[in-house]
Design a protein around this ligand. Sequence first.
Ligand code: CU
Length: 147
Amino acid sequence: MRHHLRGLRDVRRVLPLLLLLCGGVACSADRTPRLVVKGATVQVSDAIKGSASSFMFVINEGSGDDRLLACLIKEYPSVYVELHDVVGGKMTMVKEIAIPARETTALKRGGLHIMFTGFPEEHETKVTLILTFEKSGPIEVRATVLS
Ligand SMILES: [Cu+2]
């Protein structure tokens, strides 16, 4: 009886380790994206009132592709959001932003970015962006507001 209980306890100890290995290198068929977002900023436009763009680096350390589908500002949920790219020098709305596996996708000036309309004139110096990814789901990111 005592021996049996001991065996159960050992299984319980080993199980999390197995799961951990499976999430990492052991399961090569695994196609899970692992996202880290860094350097997020919101640049308020001085030319167009209420207009702002957001830039950041989305690092995908996983072995699966992902896609950015939407964004929301937690503090200002009524702000209108679009995903944009710049094609041939012209800003164009896009439905999604590809986040390929093992790559860093830069949202930057003159390229892919998030566009806000109706960004409040009086605002916090930092806001929380809720980024929604197809596979990774919602990720909250603190962004510095530059004006
Ligand atoms: Cu734009």
